[in-house]
Design a protein around this ligand. Structure first.
Ligand code: ADE
Ligand code: ZN
Length: 327
């Protein structure tokens, strides 16, 4: 039986498998710069975050209609169910679509078609996290937040992603302040390629409750102590870190050290279509490469629900499922 878990760091655009990309390209009459699924898959070799983002944004071009977004989310949910996911907080990048002329409403209505009854159909509760692209101006993020206002009942939090270095969190202080006024929770990518100082800035200036990635905090022992003390969750993505060359090999991944230090680390898949596996593969990968114990795996599963934006009853129910699972 698969470990019951929450997925807290998953870009829905990063679940676009080559087969679906080609199917949508054909449905929408979009030309892709690849001759076949195999040729596209062969392009999944990245030097760094930016080289990945270039392909990731290029492929979003096949997503045009509400049905496209619904199909994308539905394919993820079906896969997630088969991987033991019980709760998923899903990032989406509206600016990657509105910049191409796809209306915000098309994106969110399409995703919602798949998500609104996911609990009944797949046994997965969900939340949507609206991410701002940090390499675009803060004004564009504010405009995106305004577009989201009619849909706040479908969105649990805001997040911050895309090219990190040179785009510190403080650039988005006013946007996050407005998001909090609107009742949204807050997370941000920080300390992936960028320095540990961006993690502190995301906490202090943006008021985020959770840090996405955050593995570079290990360079700052005082900050690690603070994160442990304040129980700030880190959504760690092992396969992503290897594929984007943040970590050399899975066997060198600092996840075990993070747990030993008392950090509230979770395991997630980031952009699974691009990085060689979904959340179960990430769990199994670190278990084997790092020799994680049953107790450590149990901690990771518990952490995923501790760190989720769940109400107390749901959290207790999911934690009881973990406690009943034999690792
Ligand atoms: N967008 C999609 N995946 C991302 C990642 N790992 N870091 C920053 N932005 C992203
Ligand atoms: Zn990410």
């Amino acid at each position: 039986m698969l470990v019951p878990k929450a997925e807290l760091h998953l870009h829905i655009e990063g679940t676009l498998e080559p087969e679906l990309a080609f199917a949508l390209a054909e449905r929408n009459g979009v030309a892709l710069p690849f001759a076949s699924v195999e040729e596209l898959r062969a392009a999944y070799r990245f030097e760094d975050l930016q080289s990945f983002l270039d392909l990731y944004y290029r492929l979003t071009d096949v997503l045009r209609t509400e049905q496209d977004f619904a199909d994308l989310a539905e394919a993820y949910l079906a896969r997630a169910r088969a991987e033991g996911v019980r709760h998923a907080e899903i990032f989406f990048d509206p600016q990657a679509h509105t910049a191409r002329g796809v209306p915000f409403a098309t994106v969110i209505d399409g995703l919602w078609k798949a998500l609104h009854d996911s609990e009944e159909r797949h046994g997965i509760s969900t939340g949507l996290i609206l991410c701002f692209l940090r390499d675009l101006p803060a004004e564009s993020a504010l405009e995106t937040l305004r577009a989201a206002e009619p849909y706040l009942d479908r969105i649990v939090a805001v997040g911050l992603d895309s090219a990190e270095v040179g785009h510190p969190p403080a650039k988005f202080a006013a946007v996050y302040e407005r998001a909090r006024e609107l009742g949204l929770r807050a997370v941000a990518h920080a300390g992936e390629e960028g320095p540990a100082a961006y993690v502190a800035e995301a906490l202090d200036v943006l008021g985020v409750e959770r840090i996405d990635h955050g593995i570079r905090v290990l360079e700052d022992p005082a900050l690690v102590e603070r994160l442990v003390r304040e129980r700030i969750p880190l959504t760690v993505c092992p396969f992503s870190n290897v594929r984007l060359r943040v970590v050399d090999r899975l066997a060198d991944h600092p996840l075990r050290r993070m747990l030993e230090l008392g950090l509230l680390a979770t395991v997630n898949s980031d952009d699974p279509a691009y990085f060689g596996g979904y959340i179960h593969e990430n769990f199994a990968g670190v278990r084997d490469a790092l020799g994680l114990t049953a107790a450590e795996l149990r901690t990771l599963a518990r952490n995923s629900f501790e760190a989720a934006f769940l109400d107390d009853d749901a959290r207790a129910r999911y934690l009881a499922e973990v406690d009943a699972h034999s690792f």
